[in-house]
Design a protein around this ligand. Structure first.
Ligand SMILES: Cc1cc2nc3c(=O)[nH]c(=O)nc-3n(C[C@H](O)[C@H](O)[C@H](O)COP(=O)(O)OP(=O)(O)OC[C@H]3O[C@@H](n4cnc5c(N)ncnc54)[C@H](O)[C@@H]3O)c2cc1C
Length: 364
């Protein structure tokens, strides 16, 4: 019997598999397709991402560095309100490559990572979990002391363990043009109901255009308007779900959720790569597969670390729905240099942000 069966090898699952294997646990990780595919993510992350990677990762995965964002209340021709940092705020990276790199690190640590293994059922017993899967050689069954549900926004593990759903699943779409663009600003358009559209320069890898909005919104129509506004041809369209609002509970007696399965995302951007891996580290530190009561410590640890930032992120997102004249006023008043960490909205009260605000007052 394994110590942990990890379902899904995205950033959260790969990170947990690696850390648990490094701690000497017997880990098997099942991925339904090929690791990293299909792509449904911008790979726009804070530079903290490099603290989770191994040797040579930055050279292989880095595409562009970003200092700030230009906010627009309308399309590309509308006024831009820049928010920026003096140092690099974030990186744009090869997301498919990131997943493969993280899975390789898990393998090197000793985890048994199996691609083309789709989990079809999870049953939680008194002293073990039983997982059924369909693999290249047909159906099979595995037993483990615990199951880690890292299987993304529409998590099958979450459903099987009867854990609550996230509050909301946004629908995100992406497409790429082949313009070479090394600019160090992304553009954010507050044109999609309750969320936004974006343009991300990816260096030699072209430019990405994207948009996310809640169900019921005509995402394709809003996306076409964005593309038409930029007067550009795009290809490689893809889409995915973004869970918002963590459920009240992400643990059971022998199971726990990580990453998008647990809606460990930033409500004001939808970003979840760093939060998922951060939560995976909390789980690897706290959970002992021989002591199911340790799951409560994981539940506490990730919430203590991320929940306040998620709550503040929800408030920031509300500003996307304010009437346009108020948005213009607010963006005009607040734009300029900032000292906020992109993963940590609570850093709005950090000394670095307050210093940046004060220096602006002197300039004005
Ligand atoms: C359009 C869009 C843009 C985004 N842009 C960004 C961004 O710029 N920055 C950022 O930080 N985040 C971004 N995100 C969010 C980010 O992609 C997720 O937060 C992140 O992928 C979550 O990682 P995860 O490991 O929890 O889940 P996932 O990456 O979804 O991995 C889950 C894995 O589980 C596998 N799986 C699912 N079901 C099964 C099963 N039954 N059996 C076996 N395997 C299974 C899947 O194939 C997948 O590989 C974006 C999301 C979308 C939709």
């Amino acid at each position: 019997m394994y110590d942990f069966v990890v379902v899904g090898v995205g950033p959260a699952g790969a990170r947990f598999a690696r850390r648990a294997a490094e701690d000497g646990y017997d880990v098997v990780a099942l991925e339904k397709g090929q690791v990293g595919e299909p792509l449904a993510c911008s790979g726009h992350v804070s530079t903290d991402v490099w603290t989770f990677t191994g040797e040579g990762a930055r050279e292989a995965l880095f595409q562009n560095e970003i200092y700030g964002a230009r906010f627009h209340v309308g399309g590309p021709r509308s006024d831009a309100y820049p928010f920026y940092k003096r140092e690099v705020a974030s990186n744009v990276i090869d997301r498919v490559g990131l997943d493969r790199h993280l899975a390789d690190l898990a393998r090197e640590a000793g985890a048994d990572v199996r691609e083309e293994h789709t989990v079809t059922a999870v049953e939680e017993g008194h002293d073990r979990v039983t997982v059924e899967y369909n693999g290249p050689d047909g159906p099979g069954t595995l037993e483990a002391k615990m199951v880690a549900g890292c299987d993304g926004p529409r998590s099958r593990v979450r459903e099987a363990l009867e854990l609550p759903e996230p509050d909301e699943l946004l629908h995100g779409v992406l497409a790429f043009s082949d313009e070479e663009d090394h600019q160090d600003f992304v553009d954010v358009h507050l044109t999609a109901p309750t969320f936004f559209a974006w343009r991300i320069p990816r260096g030699d890898a072209g430019v990405e255009y994207g948009l996310a909005a809640p169900p019921g919104v005509q995402v394709t129509k809003h996306f076409e308007e964005l593309i038409d506004g930029y007067e550009i041809d795009v290809s490689h369209r893809c889409s995915g779900a973004i869970p918002i609002g963590p459920p009240d509970r992400v643990t059971t007696r022998r199971g726990f959720l990580l990453g998008d399965a647990a809606a460990q995302t930033k409500p004001f951007t939808g970003g979840g790569i760093l939060y998922g891996m951060t939560a995976a580290d909390h789980a690897a530190r706290e959970v002992d597969p021989d002591r199911p009561t340790t799951l409560a410590a994981y539940e506490r640890a990730w919430r203590d670390d991320l929940e306040r930032d998620q709550q503040l992120g929800r408030w920031i997102r509300r500003a996307y729905s304010l009437p346009e004249p108020i948005q213009r006023l607010g963006l005009g008043a607040l734009s300029g240099e900032i000292g906020v960490h992109m993963d940590r909205p609570t850093s709005l009260v950090s000394p670095s942000h307050l210093r940046a605000m004060l220096s602006r007052l002197h300039v004005r």
